[in-house]
Write a protein that binds this ligand. Structure first.
Ligand SMILES: Nc1ncnc2c1ncn2[C@@H]1O[C@H](COP(=O)(O)OP(=O)(O)OP(=O)(O)O)[C@@H](O)[C@H]1O
Ligand SMILES: [Mg+2]
Length: 368
């Protein structure tokens, strides 16, 4: 089979290929270069290659070639580096430059290959931005969750306090002394009610946040969450595995809230497996349950599992075994899931030997 000649190959390369002499003068460029920079061939042939660079790099370029020719010390020859290139219209972009040297017809020539990195950087920037948003969201919802859980927990003791004060008044007689006590009890009860009112208002304000459910593809959401958590955890000893299911299913959920819940569960699992030595695995999986007509999502780990004490009241707020823990992650996650008409259970029945948290989520009726 006849192979294409080098001239055809030269033109077929999508990266920019630039051939220069030892003074930096452009001898030839391929079509890829003209497209990348927006020039015509006649604009560049015979010009100095520095016309394709940003001013600060251009200033150094002649020096690079001279120092290579005298010292033979290859600062860049043979190894790539990132440079800022400039298009005909003045737009600067990031590119990866690799240079090769050749002797041709008795003179030095250099071949530079430039690969446009702007698309890659754009994609990276977008991914980072999405991560940052998720993290910020994580922090702001934690504050809201904390407020909500606090309000919930304080409400009960305050109501009890007011009731005790009222019942205590019944034991008071008619003496002047008791009359004075009655007045003080009344005042205390009024203050207690005021505090309960404030808390009730805080709760209704925080909990006004509407849950907006819509059909969401389970695989996509789980992939996003796992990618996010991998970037956050960065522990080389902990693997997060996503068990792909053949069921390509949609659930009817609030995707932000569900991501939040899964993030919480993976964080818990990572903290649990982090308490012991060695490699650890956290596994996410999902499956359609035809009997119930819903989707089961499992978060398993191979950590120590829930302690007996915790397991007995696992979804109660402020129950924690962690020094810096608040103990609200699981209780709020359960509330979010129930608001989406799902359910949540916790056990030590993990397929991996540690803890297992199971979510049941409603199957979406219509698929977008
Ligand atoms: N995967 C797990 N393995 C073992 N124990 C767990 C696991 N997940 C949760 N727990 C136990 O349940 C407790 C409550 O978890 P929860 O997420 O509600 O609160 P927390 O993680 O302690 O604090 P935070 O409010 O910051 O999340 C934890 O303190 C821990 O003892
Ligand atoms: Mg937690």
């Amino acid at each position: 089979m006849a192979v294409m000649d080098y001239a055809t190959l030269f033109e077929a390369i999508v990266d920019a290929v630039i051939v220069i002499d030892e003074h930096g003068e452009i001898l030839d460029v391929n079509q890829g270069c003209l497209v990348m920079f927006g020039y015509k061939k006649a604009d560049v042939i015979g010009q100095n290659v520095t016309m394709l660079m940003e001013a600060d790099q251009a200033a150094l370029h002649d020096g690079y070639i001279r120092s290579f020719l005298t010292t033979r010390n290859p600062k860049i020859i043979g190894q790539g580096r990132e440079v800022r290139a400039v298009q005909a219209q003045g737009r600067a972009f990031l590119a990866r430059l690799t240079v090769a040297e050749a002797q041709y017809a008795g003179v030095h020539q250099f071949v530079g290959i430039l690969q446009d990195l702007s698309k890659q950087h754009e994609a990276e920037a977008q991914a980072n931005e999405a991560m940052l948003k998720l993290q910020q969201l994580d922090r702001s919802t934690t504050v809201a969750e904390l407020g909500s859980a606090l309000a919930h927990e304080l409400n009960q003791p305050l109501t009890a306090l007011t009731l005790y004060l009222k019942s205590a008044q019944r034991y008071l007689g008619d003496s002047e002394h008791d009359e004075a006590l009655r007045g003080l009890f009344d005042k205390a009860a009024i203050e207690g009610r005021r505090a309960a009112d404030i808390i009730k208002r805080i709760r209704s304000m925080i909990e006004q946040r509407e849950i907006e459910t819509r059909p969401v593809r389970v695989s996509g959401l789980m992939q996003d969450v796992v990618r996010f958590m991998k970037s956050v955890l960065k522990d080389p000893d902990t693997r997060i595995v996503l068990q792909h299911s053949s069921d390509d299913v949609f659930v009817d959920v609030d995707p932000i809230q569900l991501s939040q819940v899964l993030t919480n569960l993976i964080k818990n699992a990572a903290e649990a497996v982090g308490t012991r030595e060695g490699k650890a695995t956290i596994q996410l999986s999902w499956q359609r349950d035809p009997a119930q007509g819903d989707i089961v999502v499992l978060v398993d780990d191979d950590g120590p599992g829930f302690t007996e004490d915790i397991l007995a009241e696992v979804f109660k707020s402020f129950r924690t075994t962690k020094a810096g823990g608040l103990g609200i992650g699981l209780s709020l996650s359960k509330r979010f899931i129930e608001q989406m008409n799902g359910s949540m259970t916790a056990s030590n029945d993990s397929a991996l030997g540690g803890a297992r948290v199971q979510l049941r989520l409603p199957l979406a009726e219509s698929i977008p």
